[in-house]
Design a protein around this ligand. Structure first.
Ligand SMILES: [Zn+2]
Length: 74
């Protein structure tokens, strides 16, 4: 099957994926709930575009903003 489009955080929620965030600086990995993140975006009026979401995230461990996002399967 072809790849699903995951341009928006709401696309992750719709497909039932969570958001996996990898820190490039310290290799810490976190999995965020895509539905909660989508809710947060709508409550705060934030963009749901992944590039904008990614720009807002930072590593909880080392504080780096050099993070990479992707879908988490299970
Ligand atoms: Zn880190």
């Amino acid at each position: 099957m072809g790849s699903k489009r995951l341009d928006l955080i709401s696309d992750y929620a719709r497909h039932g994926f969570n958001l996996r965030v990898d820190c490039r600086a310290c290799r810490h990995t976190a999995v965020l709930n895509a539905r909660e993140l989508t809710d947060t975006c709508s409550k705060r009026g934030w963009s749901r575009v992944m590039a904008a979401v990614e720009a807002r995230l930072k590593c909880r461990k080392c504080g780096s903003r050099d993070v990479r996002c992707g879908p988490s399967f299970g």
